[in-house]
Design a binder for this molecule. Structure first.
Ligand SMILES: Cc1ncc(COP(=O)(O)O)c(C=O)c1O
Length: 391
């Protein structure tokens, strides 16, 4: 067989190449250069022994698309390669990836320690978690592996909402969990469902049997099988189209974001700007170290004039889309105090770290001048005093 026919050797390729090639071999798919969409629910068994071996996890292969699907498998391998993980499981949304991760590890009565800290936390938390013999899970949706690979910093499980920057086009809901493969489940008795014989699979111990991919195997063979939040092959394919251009998009997202930070920081209508590229941001120094390729494209800023000014701004920008998502190629804005968090009272808003003047901005990859001109229209409207009706 010529080298061409052998297909790609993903492990030797660098990030940009992996985003286009990892997990897929055209010569095994009728030479189809694009990843085929396997629009099927089920897969033929050769005979009853073959079926039994697949069901007992004695051999690999597809059974039913709730558990695995060849198109979805390309996405799983691609993201695992980009994150430097051993295996991955794609899900119907980011929330279902988080849900499956927790359901795979926790039993009634267990504790989950949660931090809202994003950049600073990872390295310190990895140390604390590993000293306590527990795995660290990181939600890296806002970074994508182009900006940061948490596994390299000690994380054991990485979850993503692929709905956001990874796909970029805002067309498809999707999520994924990625396993680092280094956590030793056998070191203590904290994860009996990973280490003790599992009756559902004839006394198999996931940790013993599957080692560095044990967590993903359990999430798939138990969590996905029983709860069912699988990703459709069409949506897996849609996300793969986005991942092909991940690095070029992230570069433009980040450079536009830094230009917007500069513009907003010098704007007379803006009270404050929060982004890790701002020198007084608490994670500024750490972000320089952990996010060398860019500090992400999420900005929060305060508009002078508080809630009313925030509402006027949102109602008067035209290019920026007012919606609930983040990480689209298009610029997105929302004023949490009058939208997502409008039911909260003052104290709860404060607890959530939100203020009445805060605008959340997900910077897109449009021409920067057009984004700024659009914001000027919003700021002009926000500065105008409200017309008071006598009726
Ligand atoms: C950081 C983060 N993680 C997870 C999710 C949930 O993902 P999804 O909306 O794909 O369910 C979101 C959604 O906003 C998010 O921002």
């Amino acid at each position: 067989m010529s080298d061409k026919k052998k297909g790609a050797e993903p492990k030797t390729y660098k990030f940009d190449t992996l985003s286009l090639h990892a997990g897929y071999q055209p010569h095994k798919n009728a030479g189809s250069r694009q990843v085929p969409i396997y629009q099927t629910t089920s897969y033929l068994f050769d005979d009853v022994d073959h079926a039994a071996a697949l069901f007992n996890l004695e051999r690999g292969g597809h059974i039913y698309s709730r558990i695995s699907n060849p198109t979805v498998a390309v996405l799983e391998e691609r993201v695992a390669a980009l994150e430097g993980g051993t295996a991955a499981l794609a899900t119907s949304s980011g929330m279902s990836a988080i849900f499956l991760t927790i359901m795979t590890l926790c039993q009634a009565g267990d504790h989950l320690v949660v931090s809202s800290q994003l950049y600073g936390g990872t390295v310190n938390f990895a140390k604390i978690a590993h000293e306590a013999g527990i795995p660290l899970m990181v939600d890296a949706t806002y970074q994508t592996p182009y900006l940061c690979k948490p596994i390299e910093h000690g994380a054991d499980i990485v979850v993503h909402s692929l709905t956001k920057w990874m796909a970029g086009h805002g067309s498809s809901m999707a999520g994924i969990l990625v396993e680092g493969g280094k956590f030793d489940w056998m070191q203590n008795d904290k994860f009996p469902t990973m280490t003790t014989p599992y009756e559902g699979y004839h006394g198999l111990s996931f940790a013993e049997e599957f080692g560095p991919t044990a967590f993903t195997m359990k999430a798939r063979a138990e969590g996905m099988r029983d709860f069912g939040p699988c990703l459709s092959p069409q949506n897996a394919w849609n996300v793969l189209q986005g991942i092909e251009t991940l690095s070029v998009r992230m570069q433009k997202h980040c450079s536009n974001a830094e230009k917007m930070v500069e513009y907003l920081s010098n704007h007379e209508s803006v009270a404050w700007v929060s982004h890790p590229s701002v020198p007084d941001h608490p994670d500024h120094e750490l972000a320089k170290k952990l996010l060398p390729n860019g500090r992400g494209s999420m900005i929060a800023f305060g508009i002078k004039g508080g809630k009313e000014a925030g509402e006027a701004f949102i109602n008067n920008v035209k290019l920026a889309s007012h919606l609930a998502n983040v990480g689209d190629t298009r610029t997105l804005v929302i004023h949490p105090a009058s939208a997502t968090h409008s039911q909260m009272d003052e104290a709860t808003l404060k607890f959530a770290g939100l203020s009445h003047d805060m605008i959340r901005l997900s910077v897109g990859i449009e021409d920067i001048d057009d984004i700024k001109n659009d914001f000027e229209a919003g700021f002009r409207a926000a500065r105008k005093p409200r017309l008071v009706s006598n009726q």
